[in-house]
Design a protein around this ligand. Structure first.
Ligand code: SAM
Length: 290
């Protein structure tokens, strides 16, 4: 029998990205979103939340390398890491490869995402039972407030691996959340966040950088290339109390770590912070001066 099933992610009302589907592996509806895992023809297994592509097996390494290794190789001694979101497990997998990380806490709001990825996408979810991982199913916004109220531990690096600023992820792009993140970070802490597309969502990047500038000593944007998010070029923000993302980066640490990566390397680390002119213009005044 001929099957012609495709999944299409629509961006506003003028762009659609289509992927050929061979099999639907999981479909559910949680309290927060729809969660689907499909086997695609060209991109391996794919996770979609509310019909938006979160990860595919083919290119997830680009996103997870860049969201994790950039801050972890800038901070000189990251021992305690907090991930907010990241339910597919790819960010935790990469963070836990750093031998110096003693503890990684991950706060994902949606248990269905975690369970679906454990069952169907072990490539990203394989370390979600790692002994150094403290996996909490809960709201990241409430979690950082709790940390402050109860005067708990400080984090060296916080990674906000979130969906787009809709639904429960909306406050993850706001000033109140970042003031709490600032308080939860150690004196030389770094926060890296999913920073959307310079092609299609520069207004979100502007607004997020405005928030970060209001709270942090320095704020930057860095980019990477991927196959599945609209426009291909995608970004993370890097906000820091102390360390410059390039000047305080020692490339020798990457070589000395013994870790191997499919996307990240020391040259790319610095290059990722060099922005195209249309991005520089769009974000003028919002990226810290050197
Ligand atoms: N790489 C992905 C992307 O950019 O599309 C993000 C992946 S990860 C699956 C995003 C996760 O953030 C989702 O599973 C979602 O449930 C979670 N999330 C959204 N809002 C959250 C919140 N307030 N607290 C914790 N997790 C949240």
């Amino acid at each position: 029998m001929h099957s012609d099933l495709w999944v299409e992610e629509k961006f506003e009302d003028f762009l659609g990205l289509k992927f050929k589907v061979e099999k639907v592996l999981f479909s559910g509806k949680s309290d927060f979103q729809t969660v689907d895992v499909v086997q695609t023809k060209g991109h391996g297994k794919m996770l979609l939340n509310d019909g938006l592509i979160m990860v595919t097996e083919r290119d997830e390494f680009a996103y997870h390398d860049m969201i994790s290794h950039v801050p972890l190789f800038v901070h000189p001694n990251p021992k305690n890491v907090l991930i907010i979101g990241g339910g597919d497990g790819g960010t935790a997998r990469e963070v836990l490869r750093h031998g110096g990380v003693e503890k990684c806490t991950m706060v994902e709001i949606d248990g269905m995402v975690v369970d679906a990825c454990k069952a169907h996408i072990p490539q990203t979810a394989k370390d979600l039972d790692h002994p150094k991982l403290n996996l909490i199913i809960g709201d990241g916004v409430a979690y950082v407030k709790e940390c402050i109220r109860e005067n708990r531990e400080k984090f060296d690096v916080i990674i906000v691996d979130s969906t787009d600023p809709i639904g429960p992820a909306q406050p993850l792009f706001g000033e109140e959340f970042y003031r709490d993140v600032y308080t939860c970070l150690s004196d030389d802490g770094i926060v890296v966040s999913q920073g959307e597309s310079s092609w299609y969502a520069m207004e979100i990047q502007q607004s997020l950088l405005q928030v970060l500038n209001a709270v942090f000593e320095q704020s930057y944007l860095y980019s990477f290339s991927n196959l599945t998010y609209p426009g291909g070029l995608w970004s993370f923000t890097f906000a820091t109390k102390k360390y410059h993302p390039v000047k305080d980066f020692d490339p020798q640490r990457v070589a000395g770590s013994g870790l191997e990566f499919d996307y990240y390397n020391a040259d790319l680390h610095s290059a990722a912070f060099a922005l195209p002119n249309f991005v520089k213009k769009g974000l003028a005044g919002l990226i810290s001066n050197d």
